[in-house]
Design a protein around this ligand. Structure first.
Ligand SMILES: Nc1nc2c(c(=O)[nH]1)N[C@H]1C(S)=C(S)[C@@H](COP(=O)(O)O)O[C@H]1N2
Ligand SMILES: [Mo]
Length: 340
Protein backbone atom coordinates (compact mmCIF):
# COMPACT_ATOMS: atom_id res chain seq x y z
CA UNK A 1 0.00 0.00 0.00
CA UNK A 2 1.11 3.53 -0.62
CA UNK A 3 -1.24 5.68 1.42
CA UNK A 4 1.63 8.07 2.07
CA UNK A 5 1.86 8.75 -1.65
CA UNK A 6 -1.33 10.73 -2.08
CA UNK A 7 -0.91 14.15 -3.60
CA UNK A 8 2.18 13.03 -5.51
CA UNK A 9 2.76 12.19 -9.15
CA UNK A 10 3.72 8.53 -9.82
CA UNK A 11 6.51 7.75 -12.31
CA UNK A 12 5.72 8.26 -16.00
CA UNK A 13 2.60 10.37 -15.33
CA UNK A 14 1.81 13.92 -16.44
CA UNK A 15 -0.24 16.27 -14.33
CA UNK A 16 -3.40 17.76 -15.78
CA UNK A 17 -4.51 21.13 -14.52
CA UNK A 18 -7.70 21.24 -12.38
CA UNK A 19 -10.81 20.98 -14.52
CA UNK A 20 -9.18 18.93 -17.26
CA UNK A 21 -10.74 15.49 -17.27
CA UNK A 22 -10.58 13.31 -20.40
CA UNK A 23 -13.24 10.63 -20.78
CA UNK A 24 -11.72 7.24 -21.42
CA UNK A 25 -13.23 3.90 -22.41
CA UNK A 26 -16.60 2.78 -23.64
CA UNK A 27 -19.65 4.91 -24.40
CA UNK A 28 -22.23 5.41 -21.64
CA UNK A 29 -24.98 2.76 -21.49
CA UNK A 30 -28.62 3.41 -22.33
CA UNK A 31 -30.72 5.26 -19.74
CA UNK A 32 -32.90 5.76 -17.83
CA UNK A 33 -30.44 6.75 -15.12
CA UNK A 34 -32.92 7.93 -12.50
CA UNK A 35 -34.10 4.38 -11.77
CA UNK A 36 -30.57 3.04 -11.26
CA UNK A 37 -30.04 0.10 -8.93
CA UNK A 38 -26.87 -1.33 -7.42
CA UNK A 39 -26.77 -4.90 -6.20
CA UNK A 40 -24.35 -6.42 -3.73
CA UNK A 41 -24.08 -10.18 -4.23
CA UNK A 42 -21.83 -13.22 -4.15
CA UNK A 43 -20.05 -14.12 -0.90
CA UNK A 44 -22.36 -11.98 1.24
CA UNK A 45 -24.63 -13.07 4.06
CA UNK A 46 -27.52 -11.10 2.63
CA UNK A 47 -27.58 -10.12 -1.05
CA UNK A 48 -29.27 -6.80 -1.61
CA UNK A 49 -30.28 -4.36 -4.28
CA UNK A 50 -30.19 -0.65 -3.51
CA UNK A 51 -32.06 2.00 -5.45
CA UNK A 52 -30.48 5.32 -6.33
CA UNK A 53 -32.73 6.98 -3.72
CA UNK A 54 -31.42 4.60 -1.07
CA UNK A 55 -27.84 5.30 -2.09
CA UNK A 56 -28.45 9.04 -1.99
CA UNK A 57 -30.03 8.72 1.47
CA UNK A 58 -26.99 6.96 2.97
CA UNK A 59 -24.55 9.10 4.96
CA UNK A 60 -21.94 10.50 2.59
CA UNK A 61 -18.28 11.32 2.91
CA UNK A 62 -16.10 13.60 0.84
CA UNK A 63 -12.63 12.36 -0.09
CA UNK A 64 -9.91 14.00 -2.16
CA UNK A 65 -8.65 11.24 -4.44
CA UNK A 66 -5.79 11.21 -6.95
CA UNK A 67 -6.62 9.90 -10.42
CA UNK A 68 -3.87 8.13 -12.37
CA UNK A 69 -4.88 6.92 -15.81
CA UNK A 70 -2.77 4.13 -17.27
CA UNK A 71 -2.32 6.34 -20.36
CA UNK A 72 -0.09 8.66 -18.33
CA UNK A 73 -2.29 11.53 -17.21
CA UNK A 74 -3.04 12.25 -13.57
CA UNK A 75 -5.24 14.62 -11.59
CA UNK A 76 -4.50 15.16 -7.92
CA UNK A 77 -6.93 15.65 -5.06
CA UNK A 78 -10.19 15.40 -7.00
CA UNK A 79 -13.07 15.77 -4.52
CA UNK A 80 -15.47 12.83 -4.72
CA UNK A 81 -18.47 12.37 -2.46
CA UNK A 82 -20.27 9.13 -1.75
CA UNK A 83 -20.42 6.03 0.38
CA UNK A 84 -17.26 4.37 1.70
CA UNK A 85 -17.50 0.86 0.31
CA UNK A 86 -16.21 -0.59 3.59
CA UNK A 87 -19.71 -0.01 4.92
CA UNK A 88 -21.06 -2.80 2.68
CA UNK A 89 -18.04 -5.06 3.18
CA UNK A 90 -17.79 -5.46 6.94
CA UNK A 91 -16.76 -8.93 8.15
CA UNK A 92 -20.35 -9.55 9.37
CA UNK A 93 -21.76 -8.81 5.92
CA UNK A 94 -19.49 -11.33 4.20
CA UNK A 95 -19.15 -15.08 4.17
CA UNK A 96 -15.86 -16.58 5.36
CA UNK A 97 -14.57 -17.28 1.83
CA UNK A 98 -14.82 -13.65 0.62
CA UNK A 99 -11.47 -12.54 -0.86
CA UNK A 100 -12.00 -10.44 -3.99
CA UNK A 101 -14.53 -7.94 -5.26
CA UNK A 102 -15.59 -7.59 -8.88
CA UNK A 103 -17.17 -4.29 -9.95
CA UNK A 104 -19.65 -4.85 -12.77
CA UNK A 105 -20.88 -2.07 -15.05
CA UNK A 106 -24.12 -1.67 -16.94
CA UNK A 107 -22.45 -2.07 -20.29
CA UNK A 108 -22.99 -3.73 -23.65
CA UNK A 109 -19.65 -5.45 -23.39
CA UNK A 110 -20.17 -6.60 -19.80
CA UNK A 111 -17.40 -4.34 -18.53
CA UNK A 112 -15.97 -5.20 -15.12
CA UNK A 113 -12.80 -4.94 -13.05
CA UNK A 114 -11.76 -6.61 -9.82
CA UNK A 115 -9.64 -5.85 -6.76
CA UNK A 116 -8.76 -7.60 -3.51
CA UNK A 117 -11.17 -7.25 -0.60
CA UNK A 118 -8.57 -5.10 1.15
CA UNK A 119 -8.44 -2.61 -1.73
CA UNK A 120 -12.23 -2.66 -2.13
CA UNK A 121 -12.59 -1.65 1.52
CA UNK A 122 -10.62 1.55 0.81
CA UNK A 123 -12.78 2.48 -2.17
CA UNK A 124 -15.61 4.94 -2.48
CA UNK A 125 -18.98 4.61 -4.19
CA UNK A 126 -18.99 8.03 -5.78
CA UNK A 127 -22.25 9.86 -6.44
CA UNK A 128 -20.75 13.35 -6.70
CA UNK A 129 -17.54 14.70 -8.19
CA UNK A 130 -16.26 18.22 -7.62
CA UNK A 131 -19.45 19.16 -5.78
CA UNK A 132 -21.87 18.13 -8.53
CA UNK A 133 -23.80 14.92 -9.18
CA UNK A 134 -21.43 12.63 -11.08
CA UNK A 135 -22.07 13.26 -14.80
CA UNK A 136 -23.13 10.33 -16.98
CA UNK A 137 -19.98 10.62 -19.13
CA UNK A 138 -17.82 10.12 -16.02
CA UNK A 139 -19.75 7.07 -14.85
CA UNK A 140 -22.77 8.62 -13.14
CA UNK A 141 -25.07 8.14 -11.43
CA UNK A 142 -22.73 5.86 -9.46
CA UNK A 143 -19.20 4.62 -10.04
CA UNK A 144 -16.55 3.16 -7.82
CA UNK A 145 -13.39 5.14 -7.16
CA UNK A 146 -10.46 2.90 -6.22
CA UNK A 147 -7.65 4.99 -4.74
CA UNK A 148 -4.00 4.05 -5.30
CA UNK A 149 -4.65 2.04 -8.46
CA UNK A 150 -4.69 3.01 -12.14
CA UNK A 151 -8.06 4.47 -12.98
CA UNK A 152 -9.22 1.46 -15.01
CA UNK A 153 -10.09 -0.17 -11.69
CA UNK A 154 -12.61 2.63 -11.08
CA UNK A 155 -15.57 1.15 -12.93
CA UNK A 156 -18.14 3.59 -14.31
CA UNK A 157 -21.93 2.97 -14.32
CA UNK A 158 -21.59 0.54 -11.44
CA UNK A 159 -24.48 -1.90 -11.33
CA UNK A 160 -23.19 -4.76 -9.21
CA UNK A 161 -20.62 -5.42 -6.53
CA UNK A 162 -19.83 -9.09 -6.65
CA UNK A 163 -17.89 -10.49 -3.71
CA UNK A 164 -15.79 -13.49 -4.82
CA UNK A 165 -13.79 -16.27 -3.23
CA UNK A 166 -11.51 -16.43 -6.28
CA UNK A 167 -10.45 -13.58 -8.50
CA UNK A 168 -12.15 -13.06 -11.84
CA UNK A 169 -10.24 -10.93 -14.34
CA UNK A 170 -12.04 -7.86 -15.62
CA UNK A 171 -12.52 -6.59 -19.15
CA UNK A 172 -9.17 -4.83 -19.66
CA UNK A 173 -7.25 -7.36 -17.59
CA UNK A 174 -8.61 -10.39 -19.46
CA UNK A 175 -8.71 -9.18 -23.05
CA UNK A 176 -6.23 -6.34 -23.30
CA UNK A 177 -3.29 -7.37 -21.11
CA UNK A 178 -3.77 -4.68 -18.45
CA UNK A 179 -2.00 -5.52 -15.22
CA UNK A 180 -4.38 -6.92 -12.63
CA UNK A 181 -2.72 -5.21 -9.66
CA UNK A 182 -2.48 -1.79 -11.39
CA UNK A 183 -0.23 -0.07 -8.84
CA UNK A 184 0.88 3.24 -10.40
CA UNK A 185 3.90 3.46 -8.06
CA UNK A 186 5.20 0.19 -9.51
CA UNK A 187 4.09 1.17 -13.04
CA UNK A 188 2.03 -1.99 -13.28
CA UNK A 189 0.46 -0.98 -16.59
CA UNK A 190 0.51 -4.03 -18.85
CA UNK A 191 1.63 -7.63 -18.77
CA UNK A 192 4.56 -8.61 -20.94
CA UNK A 193 3.68 -9.40 -24.53
CA UNK A 194 3.00 -12.97 -25.55
CA UNK A 195 4.83 -12.73 -28.88
CA UNK A 196 8.09 -14.57 -29.31
CA UNK A 197 11.19 -12.97 -30.83
CA UNK A 198 10.82 -15.22 -33.90
CA UNK A 199 7.21 -14.17 -34.47
CA UNK A 200 8.16 -10.54 -34.05
CA UNK A 201 11.05 -10.85 -36.49
CA UNK A 202 8.88 -12.47 -39.16
CA UNK A 203 6.20 -9.76 -38.88
CA UNK A 204 8.86 -7.07 -38.97
CA UNK A 205 10.42 -8.62 -42.10
CA UNK A 206 6.99 -8.68 -43.81
CA UNK A 207 6.24 -5.11 -42.65
CA UNK A 208 2.61 -6.06 -42.17
CA UNK A 209 1.01 -5.69 -38.72
CA UNK A 210 -2.50 -5.01 -40.01
CA UNK A 211 -5.28 -6.01 -37.62
CA UNK A 212 -2.92 -8.13 -35.52
CA UNK A 213 -2.72 -8.16 -31.74
CA UNK A 214 0.93 -7.34 -31.04
CA UNK A 215 0.80 -5.69 -27.65
CA UNK A 216 4.28 -4.83 -26.41
CA UNK A 217 6.10 -5.91 -29.57
CA UNK A 218 9.70 -4.76 -29.69
CA UNK A 219 10.09 -3.13 -33.10
CA UNK A 220 12.77 -0.67 -32.00
CA UNK A 221 15.64 0.47 -34.28
CA UNK A 222 14.15 -1.23 -37.32
CA UNK A 223 13.73 -0.30 -40.91
CA UNK A 224 9.95 -0.24 -41.27
CA UNK A 225 9.31 2.20 -44.07
CA UNK A 226 5.65 2.02 -45.25
CA UNK A 227 4.76 -0.44 -42.48
CA UNK A 228 1.15 -1.57 -42.75
CA UNK A 229 -0.37 -1.43 -39.28
CA UNK A 230 -3.99 -0.47 -39.92
CA UNK A 231 -6.29 -1.39 -37.01
CA UNK A 232 -3.45 -3.23 -35.26
CA UNK A 233 -3.41 -3.63 -31.47
CA UNK A 234 -0.06 -2.17 -30.50
CA UNK A 235 -0.47 -1.03 -26.90
CA UNK A 236 2.91 -0.58 -25.23
CA UNK A 237 4.74 -1.41 -28.50
CA UNK A 238 8.30 -0.16 -28.80
CA UNK A 239 9.21 1.67 -32.03
CA UNK A 240 12.10 3.65 -30.53
CA UNK A 241 14.45 4.94 -33.21
CA UNK A 242 12.70 3.08 -36.03
CA UNK A 243 12.38 4.31 -39.58
CA UNK A 244 8.62 4.45 -40.20
CA UNK A 245 8.37 6.83 -43.14
CA UNK A 246 4.85 6.71 -44.63
CA UNK A 247 3.77 3.93 -42.27
CA UNK A 248 0.03 3.48 -41.90
CA UNK A 249 -1.30 3.23 -38.33
CA UNK A 250 -4.89 4.26 -39.16
CA UNK A 251 -7.32 3.01 -36.51
CA UNK A 252 -4.53 1.31 -34.56
CA UNK A 253 -4.43 1.15 -30.78
CA UNK A 254 -1.06 2.64 -29.84
CA UNK A 255 -1.80 3.48 -26.22
CA UNK A 256 1.52 3.90 -24.37
CA UNK A 257 3.51 2.99 -27.49
CA UNK A 258 7.01 4.44 -27.68
CA UNK A 259 8.04 6.30 -30.84
CA UNK A 260 10.98 8.10 -29.29
CA UNK A 261 13.26 9.45 -32.06
CA UNK A 262 11.36 7.46 -34.70
CA UNK A 263 11.10 8.83 -38.22
CA UNK A 264 7.35 9.13 -38.80
CA UNK A 265 7.45 11.57 -41.68
CA UNK A 266 4.41 11.12 -43.89
CA UNK A 267 3.03 8.44 -41.55
CA UNK A 268 -0.71 8.18 -41.06
CA UNK A 269 -2.46 7.89 -37.69
CA UNK A 270 -6.03 8.66 -38.76
CA UNK A 271 -8.39 7.77 -35.89
CA UNK A 272 -5.61 6.00 -34.00
CA UNK A 273 -5.40 5.79 -30.20
CA UNK A 274 -2.12 7.45 -29.21
CA UNK A 275 -3.06 7.95 -25.55
CA UNK A 276 0.05 7.94 -23.39
CA UNK A 277 2.28 7.44 -26.44
CA UNK A 278 5.82 8.84 -26.43
CA UNK A 279 6.61 10.95 -29.51
CA UNK A 280 9.55 12.87 -28.05
CA UNK A 281 12.19 13.39 -30.71
CA UNK A 282 10.02 11.81 -33.42
CA UNK A 283 9.86 13.31 -36.88
CA UNK A 284 6.19 14.03 -37.61
CA UNK A 285 6.72 16.15 -40.71
CA UNK A 286 3.79 15.53 -43.02
CA UNK A 287 2.27 12.99 -40.63
CA UNK A 288 -1.53 12.81 -40.48
CA UNK A 289 -2.90 12.75 -36.92
CA UNK A 290 -6.49 13.49 -37.93
CA UNK A 291 -8.92 12.22 -35.29
CA UNK A 292 -6.20 10.54 -33.24
CA UNK A 293 -6.71 10.53 -29.47
CA UNK A 294 -3.72 12.11 -27.71
CA UNK A 295 -4.53 12.29 -23.98
CA UNK A 296 -1.39 11.69 -21.96
CA UNK A 297 0.86 11.65 -25.04
CA UNK A 298 4.33 13.22 -24.86
CA UNK A 299 5.70 15.42 -27.64
CA UNK A 300 8.24 17.36 -25.62
CA UNK A 301 10.50 16.06 -22.87
CA UNK A 302 10.01 17.60 -19.44
CA UNK A 303 13.61 16.97 -18.45
CA UNK A 304 15.19 18.36 -21.57
CA UNK A 305 13.02 20.86 -23.41
CA UNK A 306 15.44 20.76 -26.33
CA UNK A 307 14.15 17.29 -27.05
CA UNK A 308 10.80 17.35 -28.82
CA UNK A 309 8.87 16.07 -31.81
CA UNK A 310 9.28 17.81 -35.15
CA UNK A 311 6.07 18.96 -36.80
CA UNK A 312 5.80 20.97 -40.02
CA UNK A 313 3.10 22.78 -41.98
CA UNK A 314 2.06 19.48 -43.56
CA UNK A 315 1.53 17.73 -40.22
CA UNK A 316 -2.22 17.31 -39.78
CA UNK A 317 -3.26 18.04 -36.19
CA UNK A 318 -6.32 19.98 -35.09
CA UNK A 319 -6.56 22.46 -32.24
CA UNK A 320 -9.41 20.48 -30.65
CA UNK A 321 -7.12 17.47 -30.23
CA UNK A 322 -4.80 19.23 -27.79
CA UNK A 323 -7.20 20.95 -25.40
CA UNK A 324 -7.10 18.21 -22.75
CA UNK A 325 -3.36 17.59 -22.72
CA UNK A 326 -0.96 18.48 -19.92
CA UNK A 327 -0.10 22.20 -20.02
CA UNK A 328 3.46 21.89 -21.31
CA UNK A 329 2.40 19.52 -24.11
CA UNK A 330 -0.43 21.82 -25.12
CA UNK A 331 1.88 24.86 -25.04
CA UNK A 332 4.40 23.08 -27.25
CA UNK A 333 1.75 22.04 -29.80
CA UNK A 334 -0.32 25.21 -29.75
CA UNK A 335 1.33 27.01 -32.67
CA UNK A 336 1.76 23.76 -34.59
CA UNK A 337 -1.85 22.76 -35.13
CA UNK A 338 -2.91 22.99 -38.71
CA UNK A 339 -6.69 22.51 -38.52
CA UNK A 340 -9.42 24.18 -36.42
N1 LIG B 1 -17.82 0.81 -17.27
C1 LIG B 1 -16.58 1.25 -17.59
N2 LIG B 1 -15.79 1.75 -16.62
C2 LIG B 1 -14.55 2.20 -16.93
C3 LIG B 1 -14.05 2.13 -18.25
C4 LIG B 1 -14.90 1.59 -19.24
O1 LIG B 1 -14.54 1.52 -20.42
N3 LIG B 1 -16.15 1.17 -18.87
N4 LIG B 1 -12.76 2.58 -18.52
C5 LIG B 1 -11.81 2.68 -17.39
C6 LIG B 1 -10.63 3.45 -17.73
S1 LIG B 1 -9.44 2.71 -18.68
C7 LIG B 1 -10.39 4.70 -17.20
S2 LIG B 1 -8.92 5.50 -17.41
C8 LIG B 1 -11.45 5.41 -16.45
C9 LIG B 1 -11.76 6.71 -17.15
O2 LIG B 1 -12.69 7.43 -16.42
P1 LIG B 1 -13.13 8.88 -16.93
O3 LIG B 1 -13.74 8.69 -18.31
O4 LIG B 1 -14.08 9.35 -15.92
O5 LIG B 1 -11.88 9.70 -17.02
O6 LIG B 1 -12.65 4.65 -16.35
C10 LIG B 1 -12.48 3.27 -16.16
N5 LIG B 1 -13.78 2.70 -15.92
MO1 LIG C 1 -7.42 4.08 -18.46
Amino acid sequence: MHEDQSGKLPPGQQLLRPGRWPTVGEKPPEGPFDRWTLSVRGCVTQPKTLSLEQLLAEPHEEQAIDIHCVTRWSRLGVPFTGIPLARFLSPEALTADAKFVSFVARSDRGHSSSVTLEVARMSLLALYAEGKPLAIEYGGPVRVIVPGRYFYKSVKWLEAIEVLSEDQLGYWERDAGYHNNADPWQEERYLASGITKQQANRLIADRDFSRQDLMGIDASHRHLERLKAKDALLRNANFTGSQLVEACFDGANLANACFRRADLSGASFIGADLEGANLVGANLAGADLTGASLFGADFISLDDRQEHATLDENTKLSASQITLLADHQEAFLKDKTTMP
